[in-house]
Design a protein around this ligand. Structure first.
Ligand SMILES: *[C@@H]1O[C@H](CO)[C@@H](O)[C@H](O)[C@H]1NC(C)=O
Ligand SMILES: *[C@@H]1O[C@H](CO)[C@@H](O)[C@H](O)[C@H]1NC(C)=O
Ligand SMILES: *[C@@H]1O[C@H](CO)[C@@H](O)[C@H](O)[C@H]1NC(C)=O
Ligand SMILES: *[C@@H]1O[C@H](CO)[C@@H](O)[C@H](O)[C@H]1NC(C)=O
Ligand SMILES: *[C@@H]1O[C@H](CO)[C@@H](O)[C@H](O)[C@H]1NC(C)=O
Ligand SMILES: *[C@@H]1O[C@H](CO)[C@@H](O)[C@H](O)[C@H]1NC(C)=O
Ligand SMILES: *[C@@H]1O[C@H](CO)[C@@H](O)[C@H](O)[C@H]1NC(C)=O
Length: 406
């Protein structure tokens, strides 16, 4: 019976995959990108990391802007040495795991380190985004592909990167009317294991074509439910404390929308993204009643807008935290895609400058697997026979819809 069930599942999956590849209209383009279409929006994805590579919406003048970072072709993602997790699914456990260690039912697990290397620990003091071969380095399978949606799947084997048990996951991206939605489902098939997944897209709502500034410091950001954040140490590991984002302080994006740049005016920005780092790489809490009835409540958790392009992005999600990183480590060494940026403008080379982008990640409280006192363990440890891990988000675009005074 059991063997039959597995065979049946395998056939179903294989059937869907070959059905998708047989439809001649639905094939990747010559650059290996899988395009999907909605009303007023189109986007492309690749199996590597189940990454988003392009997202096109029209700006206030009707010009197409590609608002995510990426590369011109699928092959280059595997070649690029910087590996900035560009647009991919970060997992099996997003963000940092303290000391690359966690405990399940009295057993300690050590996973591979890949962050904050020191002479004594050359691999690193902690694990970032699932380890050196995290999910955004893996090639997913395409299990379904239509004109407006694509579904990827990954089977993460038992023991990979040191994590216990096999995890089977599905990632579905869908375009609607000026919206990009994703849904990620994962189940633990053999052992209890930590799971936290998110999309790691890099955003610039001007498509790097703003001829006065290529940075996102002029973008306006708003986190209406985020009066608190996860406090971190100088290497961005949660201390266990929850910090208040006092009104008017550097991390206050709740009391009113504000330009990213205005956070940079005082000294508070120094070290705000870790030792020696000026900028943002923080995990804000989303203080809505839990569990979040996100489809019904109708309230976005984050809003980003650019007055230059007129493009506004509202993010809705079922997740209870939100990470924002302000590209503090971009240094002009990563090139733009052909459809982005300016040509023949000596002020702006065709590369991504420091603070040229924002990473926006819907997720839960980071490193909660090492903070049982937060009482979030049930969301972070997934076990066979238990509830699946689910993350859902809707990214909704509009033009000229809000005029925010600076
Ligand atoms: C947005 O506003 C600008 C400036 O007022 C205007 O020129 C443009 O036509 C508007 N675009 C849309 C799509 O509403
Ligand atoms: C693939 O993309 C990379 C980066 O965008 C670019 O440098 C390279 O020339 C492209 N290769 C081909 C064959 O188009
Ligand atoms: C880090 O983990 C190791 C086990 O792998 C343990 O021996 C050590 O005490 C831990 N260090 C800290 C600072 O928690
Ligand atoms: C895909 O959808 C777009 C936009 O809705 C439409 O213009 C296009 O004709 C569709 N393509 C196919 C093959 O159905
Ligand atoms: C920027 O572009 C706008 C619109 O194309 C143009 O009017 C303006 O003169 C340009 N500014 C600079 C500094 O090049
Ligand atoms: C950037 O924002 C400042 C206000 O903080 C404004 O004066 C300036 O015109 C903006 N520049 C662009 C290119 O949007
Ligand atoms: C820029 O960053 C990349 C990736 O971290 C690094 O390899 C390169 O050496 C840096 N370049 C400069 C000029 O700092």
């Amino acid at each position: 019976m059991r063997a039959n069930l597995f065979t049946l599942t395998a056939c179903l999956l294989a059937g869907t995959a070959s059905a998708a590849s047989e439809k001649s209209a639905f094939k990747p383009d010559k650059d290996g990108k899988y395009w999907i279409y909605g009303e007023g929006i189109s986007a492309a994805f690749i199996p590597y990391g189940a990454s988003i590579t392009d997202l096109l919406v029209k700006d206030q003048y009707g010009i197409d802007r590609d608002v995510v970072m990426g590369f011109d072709n699928a092959t280059y993602y595997e070649v690029d040495k910087q590996h900035a997790h560009l647009g991919g699914i970060v997992g099996r456990y997003a963000n940092r795991i303290k000391n690359s260690t966690f405990e399940i039912d009295g057993v300690e697990y050590k996973v591979k380190a890949n962050d904050n290397p020191t002479p004594e620990y050359p691999e690193g003091l902690d694990t970032l985004h699932g380890g050196p071969d995290g999910w955004d380095w893996r090639t997913f399978s395409v299990v379904s592909y239509t004109n407006n949606s694509i579904t990827f799947s990954l089977v993460d084997p038992d023991g990979k990167e040191g994590f216990p048990g096999e995890v089977v996951s599905y990632v579905t991206y869908t375009l609607g009317k000026m919206t990009w939605d994703f849904k990620i489902v994962a189940i633990a098939t053999t052992k209890k294991t930590p799971i936290m997944l998110s999309n790691h897209g890099y955003w610039n709502l001007d498509g790097f074509a703003n001829n006065e500034t290529q940075s996102v410091l002029n973008h306006t950001f708003y986190l209406p439910y985020s009066g608190q954040r996860v406090d971190v140490d100088p290497i961005l590991i949660p201390t266990g404390d929850i910090a208040a984002n006092k009104k008017g302080s550097v991390n206050d994006f709740w009391s009113a929308p504000k330009q990213i740049a205005s956070g940079f005016k005082g000294k508070e920005i120094e070290g705000n993204c870790g030792g020696g780092c000026d900028g943002y790489d923080n995990c804000w809490l989303v203080n809505k009643p839990s569990p979040i009835d996100w489809r019904a409540d109708g309230n976005y958790v984050a809003r980003l807008q650019s007055a230059w392009s007129g493009i506004q992005l509202d993010i809705y999600s079922d997740q209870e935290a939100f990470q924002m990183y302000s590209c503090n480590f971009q240094n002009g060494s990563m090139t733009l895609k052909k459809g982005q940026g300016l040509y023949d403008n000596e002020d702006f080379p065709r590369t991504v400058p420091k603070y040229g982008c924002l990473v926006l990640e819907v997720e839960d409280w980071i490193d909660a697997i090492n903070h049982p006192e937060w009482h979030r363990s049930d969301k972070h440890f997934i076990e066979p026979g238990g509830d699946p891990y689910v993350v859902q988000a809707s990214y909704r675009f509009s033009i000229n819809s809000t005029v925010t005074p600076y």
